[in-house]
Design a protein around this ligand. Sequence first.
Ligand SMILES: [Fe+2]
Length: 215
Amino acid sequence: MTETQRIVTANRPDTINFTEMYVTHDGFRRDLARFAAAVSAGRGDAPAVRQGWQNFKRQLDVHHTVEDAWLWPRLKNLVAGRPDDLLLLEEMEAEHAVLDPLLAEVERALHAGAAELPVLVQKLRDTLEVHLRHEEDAALPLIQSVMTPADWKGFSRAMARKQKLGGASIWVPWITDGMAPADARKFLARLPAPLRLLNRLSWDGRYRSRGLWSY
Ligand SMILES: [Fe+2]
């Protein structure tokens, strides 16, 4: 994997740093690429593929739940009276809602060993990609224009409350899974030192030993 410009180590203090949002989105993309490769090889039944899928669903659920419960409602207040911006936030919610039945369809096909599994995984991948692009191209610039870095800290705190330490112990090594080493270093440098230490001593090794998505 090549280095990305999406991990920002230094930014003006009056601007929001979206690194954690970008790397999480890229984790979803990476997982679905691995899932697509596994099912097209006929290995959707491999235990580590199933575990990779369960973890993907958990990460996506946490991410979208906090966006729906914390982020979009606050943004709606900030752009009250601006119809175009309100429409964009409604689209964000609608795109999340479209993904839920698609995830359920993939889940059903996976457990039934259905022949249409590769097609459904590709449909999920395409639908999620459209949503992530839309969020990155339109919602993040809106957030940058109406929220402060202090507001954004509130979102990070809401995410941390939802994940708890147990969730962080998986999220951190999940993010760096397959990352270019220079990017992983830059991302890890943004974490509070105690979490970075926990990751180095325990979380990363435990996550890698699971070999998610291998088949
Ligand atoms: Fe997001």
